[in-house]
Design a protein around this ligand. Sequence first.
Ligand SMILES: C[S@@+](CC[C@H](N)C(=O)[O-])C[C@H]1O[C@@H](n2cnc3c(N)ncnc32)[C@H](O)[C@@H]1O
Length: 377
Amino acid sequence: MLEIIIDRIKNSSHHRITFADYMDLVLYHPEQGYYSSGKVNIGSEGDFFTASSLGSDFGELLAEQFREMSEFLNNSDSFTLVEVGAGTGNLASDILNYLKQKHSNFYDQLNYIIIEESQALIKKQQDKLKGFDKITWTSWQDIPDNSITGCIFSNELIDAFPIHLVTKHNKQLKEIYVTWQDDQLKEKIEEISTTKLSDYFKLIDIDITKDNYPEDYRTEVNLKALGWLKLVSAKLKKGYLLTIDYGYSSAKYYHPQRYQGTLNCYHQHRHHHNPYVNLGQQDITAHVDFTALEKQGNLLGLETVGLTQQGLFLMALGLGDRLAELSNGNYSLPEILNRRDALHQLINPTGLGGFKVLIQSKKIKKNQPLKGLKENM
Ligand SMILES: C[S@@+](CC[C@H](N)C(=O)[O-])C[C@H]1O[C@@H](n2cnc3c(N)ncnc32)[C@H](O)[C@@H]1O
């Protein structure tokens, strides 16, 4: 991996690459990248875990939300669910198993599409999901514009997109690049690589060069998220876009006190802030700016239906009833303890429960209140 990075730096025009290019290599290089090579290890024993690692409740409650969306779409023929970045395939399996058992009419009218960047993960997903004949794996290029009626959704996808690192340097917006110097990967501050970075700050109405931001304030910009939103909204004919991830509003994300940004690395369940070690062996993420998603969405014809916290979203969809059911005498004590712990983790405001759920819609005439957004933020 290091040779690949050095090679890319040496062949670049100024012997430097943006951090976004660096992160793209270490996570998504076809042979050596953390996700593409299959070294990614999601689960309680892995580098990190996600909501669907905790059992089927998360997927089942989400499935309830999708079923309600299909009612609001009034579409008797078909409803397409597009899951982007499906990881181990656990979530798809939980959603489809539940709908097959509990809502067979909806299950019958459902098309399930997975869009996944990592070939290694596609193999894992196909293995896990071979019992379901309604799933297709495809790419955005093969989906015509304006063709999807249903819901496009993701869980912890956007935090895994390569981000640009920017900083306030001599009172100006500058970019942090990665170079190879003295036999080491080193950061270098230079002019921004694209005016899209300054446009981004205009979009969210934040100026990190102002006096209330300290010199050397550093943070991230997820330009890929905006491009992705453009692509995805063009594919949606009518329906919803549901995004779950950890993040903040722009005002909180780019608060002057958050002067070192939100970059995090995960390796063997340990969490640190050095992206220049364990190359291709560790996950690198940054929090998501939900205001940017909303504002960019508005420009693309997506209406914000609501933004809430995952804990509130899942409670509104019935997680509280599931907790109450645990005391109905049908479970053994170890089952009760394990399940209660998993359900509590899903709603814990300092953990998964504090994640954000953003629902945007396109061409829904009058947005009816969705069940999961009852406790809108
Ligand atoms: C952090 S994992 C989350 C996996 C899963 N959604 C979950 O909740 O367990 C990120 C997933 O997104 C995939 N991914 C990253 N960038 C992608 C892209 N541009 N398009 C599709 N999938 C992508 C990764 O390969 C991986 O499957």
